[in-house]
Design a protein around this ligand. Structure first.
Ligand code: PEP
Ligand code: MG
Length: 362
């Protein structure tokens, strides 16, 4: 094992000497983050925060938030989640030892969080002093026929700013604490807003995110740099990236959604008819597995060019599943991305693919 580890380490060192692309990981638990670090990840490119709302009693508080009618009630429910959310981020910063961490704010539609079984609905009704019927009416009001194209991502931050504000407090408080314990680490939180389609949305959300972050930093009497950026995962965002870059310090391509929305194929059902496409020779590759360079890839190139025309120092990464696919990694190298981000076990593949890309495209 020691020999394999030694040989693996040597090959990876060679790869790192050649590659130009950074390699980060998609991780939202300290265990995944540590594993990815061991495998050579240089940061977290995507921390999805949704699963965190299901931990322990948090889901009860979050459901209360969803069923609340006033801002004050919503804030009070989220206040119960805040300390644990802060703890989540502290553990991730600790695991990353000063490497960059990009935290993506809540993305899925709220209906994914509401109870479905009668007992849980009754529990929520009792906690809220409401009837079961009232809770069912609220749940029904969240139903959407196309939720992936609906009330999710930054749209949630527009309609429920309290959620993004709570997450901002958690990110900033966590960063301040970790920085206190490790003054030599470069702790600079990267807050990522999902599903932005145009500049006005990002500007609207960024305003209260930065106000909240600045107030936290001022109250703590410390100095902390942080960045606010966006995912580029809607074709319109790629096409209007010059405007979006006015408000974004970084872009990260969410090619899972970008592929879904560019092809008009559901990312959750794509296998169902694609076999017929391969048989008919319409497709050679699954676009969700390998970046389609003529569609999604063109949008990425456009977004980079437009974004950098506004902000030459814009950092750009990718955190869709394609970030761990070797031929997609080569394409990312060619179009000038700064990093790819992939699941922990794909990190070594991405390091090798990035080196191969650099060698092939000297
Ligand atoms: C994406 O859309 O590519 C992405 C990384 O976000 P998620 O998969 O969480 O929608
Ligand atoms: Mg997405």
């Amino acid at each position: 094992d020691a020999q394999i580890a030694g040989e693996f380490g040597r090959i990876m060192e060679w790869a790192d000497k050649y590659r130009k692309l950074g390699v980060r990981t998609n991780a939202d638990t300290p265990a995944d983050a540590k594993k990815a670090r061991e495998l050579g990840a240089e940061g977290i490119g995507l921390c999805r925060t949704e699963h965190m709302f299901f931990e322990g009693n948090r889901i009860d508080a979050f459901r209360e938030m969803i069923c609340s009618e006033t801002v004050e009630e919503r804030e009070a429910a989220l206040e119960k989640i805040l300390p644990e959310q802060q703890g989540d981020f502290e553990k991730l910063y600790e695991a990353l030892e000063g490497c960059p961490v990009t935290i993506r704010f809540l993305d899925p539609p709220l209906h994914e969080f509401v109870p479905t079984d009668e007992e849980d609905i009754k529990k929520l009704a009792d906690a809220q002093g409401k009837t079961v019927e009232q809770i069912k009416t609220i749940i029904a009001s969240l139903h959407e026929f196309n939720p992936m194209m609906g009330h999710r991502g930054c749209r949630l931050a527009v309609t429920y700013p309290e959620i993004a504000k709570m997450q901002t407090r958690a990110v900033i408080r966590a960063a301040i604490n970790v920085k206190k314990n490790h003054p030599d680490w470069n702790v600079c939180p990267e807050i990522m807003i999902p599903l932005v389609g145009e500049e006005k949305e990002l500007k609207y959300v960024k305003k209260f995110v930065t106000e909240t972050a600045d107030a936290e930093i001022a109250a703590a009497g410390v100095e902390l740099k942080y960045e606010v950026g966006t995912m580029i995962e809607i074709p319109r965002a790629a096409l209007t990236a010059d405007d979006i870059a006015k408000d974004a310090e970084f872009f990260c391509f969410g090619t899972n959604d970008l592929t879904q929305m560019t092809f008009g194929f559901s990312r959750d059902d794509s296998g169902k008819f694609l076999d017929a496409y391969y048989d008919a020779k319409i497709f050679e590759n699954d676009p969700f597995a390998k970046l389609d360079q003529t569609g999604v890839g063109k949008l990425m190139e456009t977004a980079i060019k437009l974004g950098k025309s506004t902000r030459p120092d814009l950092h750009v990464g990718i955190c869709g599943e394609h970030g761990g696919d070797p031929s997609s990694v080569e394409f990312c190298h060619k179009i000038g991305l700064d990093y790819v981000s992939c699941s922990p076990f794909r990190v070594p593949i991405a390091r090798l693919a990035a080196a191969q890309a650099a060698i092939n495209n000297k």
